[in-house]
Design a protein around this ligand. Structure first.
Ligand SMILES: Cc1cc2nc3c(=O)[nH]c(=O)nc-3n(C[C@H](O)[C@H](O)[C@H](O)COP(=O)(O)OP(=O)(O)OC[C@H]3O[C@@H](n4cnc5c(N)ncnc54)[C@H](O)[C@@H]3O)c2cc1C
Length: 306
């Protein structure tokens, strides 16, 4: 049996692609390696997805997306895709257990936030440790937070958080920021942001929630403690592109390059969501990408002689 569309990844991008594709009567299979919702399912409270005046839990939104896609006939399989053969007319998707054939593939494997690698980080995730200022910043209104990192995201996060927080520390391991000049200018003039140079986080402290971070100056080796209510780790995101390295064109940061219709350079291979090179990585933009990718798949599958 040959599917019309196989979607790799069951985050908001993948499930929206599945919904649109199945609703367009394409024979659709979505394969997810862990649990429905991807990164979204790690968010307890989401207050910026349109249509939900009261915040919605990430897992609940994921279940709704999955059920909606299934309602229109999408098949969902929980297994890991370990190999992709994308260049042939009929493409092959290999999971740990099965080999599938398909006319088109939508890549929606998302990304994983880089972690500091500290023991307390996992335990306090969602209880003061966050990887997304746009998502969680408003929970820290009038509080003190620290942002870890020195690139565009970290500096942007520090500026963004200063609009709602009482005080923001920006902790960077070097003596100069990597962010673009305009962001640096903004942060240097921002009275609410204090930059802590040459420093790395050694530990996160707190019983029920984050209470402080322990930092070490890498030049003097001096240890100190910053009392804070939240820590935003902004040291980058790793796109899950291992399966397509060397096959699909990637940006400098390792994200998949697509056109505005989510097409890669390989016919009938689309990419959507956080795995793609773009400016804003959120649930709403992932879902929008997924809809567009499915529409592109529909048009190309209809017109191909495969
Ligand atoms: C802690 C946290 C809080 C956030 N809060 C918000 C918020 O409040 N509002 C908001 O709009 N955004 C928020 N975001 C961002 C949002 O979750 C992401 O932008 C969005 O989930 C991206 O969707 P996606 O489908 O592209 O990728 P992902 O959500 O990353 O999903 C990709 C899926 O692909 C699967 N996958 C990867 N490789 C394979 C493989 N080989 N085989 C099978 N499956 C595979 C993964 O297991 C994963 O389930 C948050 C992110 C985090 C981490």
């Amino acid at each position: 049996m040959v599917y019309d569309v196989i979607i790799v990844g069951g985050g908001p991008a993948g499930f929206t692609a599945a919904l649109y594709s199945a609703r367009a009567n394409l024979k659709t299979l979505l394969i997810e390696r862990m649990f429905s919702g991807g990164q979204m399912a790690t968010t307890e409270v989401m207050e910026n997805y349109p249509g939900f005046e009261d915040p919605i839990n990430g897992i609940e939104l994921a279940m709704r997306m999955e059920n909606q896609a299934k309602k229109f006939g999408a098949e969902v399989l929980y297994d890991e895709v370990v190999e992709l053969e994308l260049k042939e007319s009929i493409k092959t998707v290999t999971t740990r257990k099965t080999v599938f054939s398909t006319k088109s593939v939508i890549l929606a494997m998302g990304g994983s936030y880089r972690r500091l690698g500290l023991d307390q980080e996992n335990r306090l995730m969602g209880r003061g440790v966050s990887y997304c200022a746009t998502c969680d910043g408003s929970f820290y209104r009038d509080m003190t937070v620290a942002v870890i990192g020195g690139g565009d995201t970290a500096v942007e996060d520090a500026n963004y958080l200063s609009r709602m927080c009482k005080k923001v520390y920006l902790v960077h391991r070097r003596d100069a920021l990597r962010a673009v000049k305009s962001l640096q200018d903004e942060v240097f003039h921002n009275k609410k942001v204090e930059i802590i140079w040459d420093s790395v986080v050694e530990d996160i402290e707190g019983v029920e929630a984050v209470e402080a971070i322990r930092i070490k100056n890498v030049k003097t080796e001096k240890l100190s403690t910053l009392k804070i209510d939240g820590v935003f780790v902004a040291i980058g995101i790793n796109p899950n592109t291992k399966l397509v390295e060397g096959v699909i064109e990637l940006s400098e940061s390792g994200h998949i390059l697509t056109d505005e219709n989510m097409n890669t350079k390989i016919p009938r291979v689309m990419a959507c969501g956080d795995i793609r090179e773009k400016n804003l990585r959120q649930v709403i933009t992932a879902a929008a990408d997924g809809a567009i990718a499915a529409y592109s798949a529909e048009r190309q599958v209809d017109s191909c002689d495969c």
